[in-house]
Design a protein around this ligand. Structure first.
Ligand SMILES: Nc1ncnc2c1ncn2[C@@H]1O[C@H](COP(=O)(O)OP(=O)(O)OP(=O)(O)O)[C@@H](O)[C@H]1O
Ligand SMILES: [Mg+2]
Length: 241
């Protein structure tokens, strides 16, 4: 079993959105994923508790119980445990990082979120863990051209000390509509752009966690060197508007 801690030291960055959508994408792709809600606000529980399979999908927990919960999920035959963490206190975030095989720091492309991402990286590195940063709530590219704020965020994260996922999640209403229905974006608009982003992000994270990728992770730096050939809107392209 692999454990993924989804984190951000900034409230509202999208930890719960990423955690829930990755967990449900994993299950849709045949990976037995369990989601641990370690945030006292219980947002993940709020979204998922009405689902038929909630008992096998969702665990309500606290930072101090994460080690025992991880062992229980391992014994129970889960393939993947995803931990939705609170923004604070730092000690609670650190407990999730300690039990994780990989940490995924979520950041919007804004100054304060990027500063928080740097603080997340510091925790991950202090505890000697692997991590990646994913940008969320990015404005969509127009005609294949990235909004300046997204380009600047990727540039700033070149110096953050961890790779940035090649898939950025865009700001799309469907993420909010899906939560209102207790579902993932894959379940309400499987062919839509958001579903494509989530599937790609999950594949990337799972490949890294499974050690399937022999190639080094692509970083924001590499992305900025690539020509802006992708017009799908799913993958960051570096052309300035
Ligand atoms: N990519 C996105 N597009 C549109 N809305 C989004 C996106 N990501 C998150 N949101 C919305 O932003 C709000 C905050 O997201 P979310 O609850 O996932 O953040 P969080 O980091 O878990 O917050 P908290 O710190 O309160 O736990 C929610 O209303 C969510 O629906
Ligand atoms: Mg949350």
């Amino acid at each position: 079993m692999k454990t993924l801690a989804v984190m951000s030291r900034k409230g509202g960055a999208g930890k719960t959105t990423v955690s829930v959508n990755l967990a449900l994408a994993a299950r849709a792709m045949g990976v037995k994923a369990v989601l641990a809600d370690a945030d006292p606000l219980r947002s993940a529980c709020e979204v998922l508790r009405g689902r038929d399979e909630a008992a096998g999908l969702l665990m309500e927990t606290t930072a101090s119980k994460l080690f025992a919960l991880t062992e229980a999920c391992r014994r129970g035959g889960a393939d993947l445990l995803i931990i939705d963490t609170p923004a604070a206190p730092e000690a609670d975030v650190a407990e999730a990082v300690k039990v994780a095989d990989l940490c995924l720091a979520v950041s919007r492309p804004t100054y304060l979120d990027l500063a928080a991402a740097v603080r997340s990286v510091a925790i991950i590195q202090r505890l000697g863990k692997d991590g990646m940063i994913v940008l969320n709530q990015c404005a969509p590219a127009r005609h294949g051209v990235e909004p300046p704020a997204v380009v600047k965020a990727f540039e700033a994260l070149r110096f953050a000390g961890l790779p940035v996922t090649p898939i950025a999640l865009r700001s799309r209403l469907v993420y909010q509509t899906a939560f209102a229905q207790g579902r993932s974006v894959l379940e309400i608009d499987g062919d839509g752009a958001a579903s494509g982003e989530v599937r790609e992000l999950f594949r990337h994270v799972w490949r890294v966690m499974s050690g399937g990728s022999r190639a080094p992770l692509r970083t924001a730096n590499d992305d900025l060197k690539r020509p802006a050939a992708r017009a799908s809107g799913l993958t960051f392209s570096p052309r300035h508007a």
